[in-house]
Design a protein around this ligand. Structure first.
Ligand code: GLP
Length: 245
């Protein structure tokens, strides 16, 4: 990193000069998305400035979303994102949405198994307490960028073997002839807290979209109750509106 001479070059507070050098390093690709920033004490020694100054510059970049702190592992460069435009009215799966944009999806599994339903799941899925639900918790990643944390609950009747879901839930439901045909989706704004923020690679407090989907079979039975947390900077929901007669 070109940090020598920070003390001498130009005017203005030192932390702003350091901030600018780090920003330049990110813009020019000297520091890539996902790269760890050297420890603050090393930066301070190297640039011959105090750790307080380094901390201030790094805090600034974290606040502006260029860097993210991950507990226990350090500070990392955040990838600038291009927004995904998503129709509000089509019932599609995450895998299909991303494939349409030429992106490959994969998941980090957070949870996958059969459980007795929580009160929320009993209500949403219309199940008794002794029923079983398949719970699928995933960090959903498109071309290496984490986009959403999704927790889906499906009645075990429609998905008796949650391990059968290797990539797409809707593909697995297709196989048991229980892919939903209709859904009600609720979107609300939120601020992303840890540990979700560090999983999504965004600063704590960044804008997020909390999305709840309840989807139905043609018979009217509920198949899916999913709570998702999307990165607010990566999604743009678009709806076509028509004037009703
Ligand atoms: C979207 C929806 C979820 C749904 C998922 C299925 O992300 N918000 O409610 O469960 O798609 O996606 P896939 O079939 O890729 O697992």
């Amino acid at each position: 990193l070109p940090l020598e001479g920070l003390q001498s070059g130009g005017s203005g507070p030192l932390y702003l000069k350091l901030r600018q050098s780090l920003e330049d390093a990110i813009q020019s690709g000297k520091l890539n998305h996902g790269d760890a920033l050297p420890p603050e004490r090393d930066l301070a020694d190297y640039a011959n400035i105090s750790r307080v100054t380094v901390r201030k510059a790094v805090d600034d970049l974290v606040r502006d979303g260029l860097l993210v702190r991950r507990h226990g592992s350090g500070t990392f460069v955040v990838k600038p994102v291009s927004k995904v435009q998503q129709s509000l009215s089509r019932l599609t799966s995450f895998t299909e949405d991303m494939a349409r944009r030429g992106l490959n999806t994969h998941a980090r599994w957070l949870e996958r198994g059969l459980f007795h339903p929580s009160p929320d799941e009993m209500m949403a899925l219309g199940l008794p307490a002794d029923a079983l639900v398949a719970r699928l918790g995933r960090l959903r990643i498109a071309d290496d960028m984490p986009l959403a944390i999704e927790r889906a609950s499906i009645s075990a009747e429609f998905l008796p073997d949650p391990q059968a879901v290797t990539s797409s839930l809707y593909t697995a439901l297709d196989k048991t002839r229980s892919r939903p045909v209709r859904a009600v989706q609720r979107i609300s704004a939120c601020n992303i807290k840890d540990p979700d923020a560090s999983m999504l690679g965004v600063a704590v407090g960044s804008a997020g979209l909390s999305i709840e989907r309840v989807s139905y079979l043609a018979s009217g039975r509920v198949v899916e109750f999913t709570r998702s947390l999307y990165r607010g900077d990566a999604y743009d929901f678009v709806a076509e509106l028509t004037l009703s007669e």
